[in-house]
Design a protein around this ligand. Structure first.
Ligand SMILES: Nc1ncnc2c1ncn2[C@@H]1O[C@H](COP(=O)(O)OP(=O)(O)O)[C@@H](O)[C@H]1O
Ligand SMILES: [Mg+2]
Length: 243
């Protein structure tokens, strides 16, 4: 079953045409990789999936419902089910790690504090971040901040997680930890889209990889299909032969 479907998606900014007929679908439980050169519109596409950007033409279907037609109020429900892990993954600097993770739980649920605490303790330990509860973001390394940011994004257990370059600028250790976090969420059945330039990570966690080029999905295939064919368009892109 397709959880997300993007159909004939067009988007321009002024004279700049970014998307001209993007089509793809994401199945329930799948992790779809989305690659493409800088400025090809990967982030705009992700933002469109939660109604933060609006296509000039086309449809964005979530469980069969076209979200481009929804009001801001109706989008609130959609945004509870789809988490967008921003490129920066910004934490609130004036709050501890605990307060940062408690924030979405307090804003969107009526859970008693004891259960909020339980959830936070569990989520932090799942991701190897136990013991950081009372630390302020400024006192964490950049890599740890990203991992806490990811933990906060998924603490409401959204159906779908959109990762926008989650490992950009991270050292190998933290990249590996983020990769494990993504795999862990996938093993629990969460559906995801991973925008990344980090091909080892994409090949390790994605079921299929799609490439955005010339305003469209120019190539899409399973990781096995891509690795099998030495002249696959996606391999050519990955190897820096085309842009
Ligand atoms: N709000 C905006 N106003 C004008 N141009 C924008 C806006 N958002 C994105 N763009 C342009 O759209 C193109 C695609 O942006 P983006 O989705 O951020 O690319 P990517 O994430 O693939 O690097 C870029 O050329 C960018 O400058
Ligand atoms: Mg981007």
């Amino acid at each position: 079953m397709n959880l997300i479907e993007v159909k004939n998606f067009y988007k321009s900014f002024g004279k700049k045409i970014v998307h001209q007929g993007v089509d793809f679908a994401v199945k329930k439980g799948e992790c779809l990789g989305l690659i493409g050169g800088s400025g090809t519109g990967k982030s705009v596409l992700l933002r469109s999936l939660i109604g933060l950007e609006h296509p000039d033409q086309g449809q964005v279907l979530f469980e069969g419902q076209d979200i481009t037609k929804l009001s801001e109020n109706q989008l609130i429900d959609i945004r509870k089910k789809i988490a967008y892990v921003f490129q920066g993954g910004a934490l609130f600097d004036s709050m501890t790690v605990y307060e940062n993770l408690a924030y979405p739980l307090r804003a969107h649920t009526k859970l008693p504090e004891s259960e909020i605490q339980e959830k936070i303790t569990f989520q932090l330990s799942e991701f190897g971040l136990q013991g950081t509860e009372s630390v302020y973001p400024a006192n964490l390394s950049g890599g740890m901040q990203k991992r806490v940011g990811l933990a906060r994004s998924i603490i409401l257990h959204p159906d779908i997680i959109l990762y926008d370059e989650p490992t950009a600028g991270l050292d190998p250790f933290n990249t590996k930890r983020i990769q494990e976090m993504i795999l862990q969420m996938k093993s629990k059945g969460h559906t995801s889209i991973l925008v990344t330039h980090d091909m080892p990570v994409a090949f390790a966690v994605c079921d299929r990889i799609a490439m955005l080029m010339n305003g469209r999905i120019e190539a899409i295939g399973s990781v096995d299909e891509i690795e099998e064919k030495s002249n696959h368009l996606i391999l050519q892109f990955v190897q820096g032969e085309i842009r």
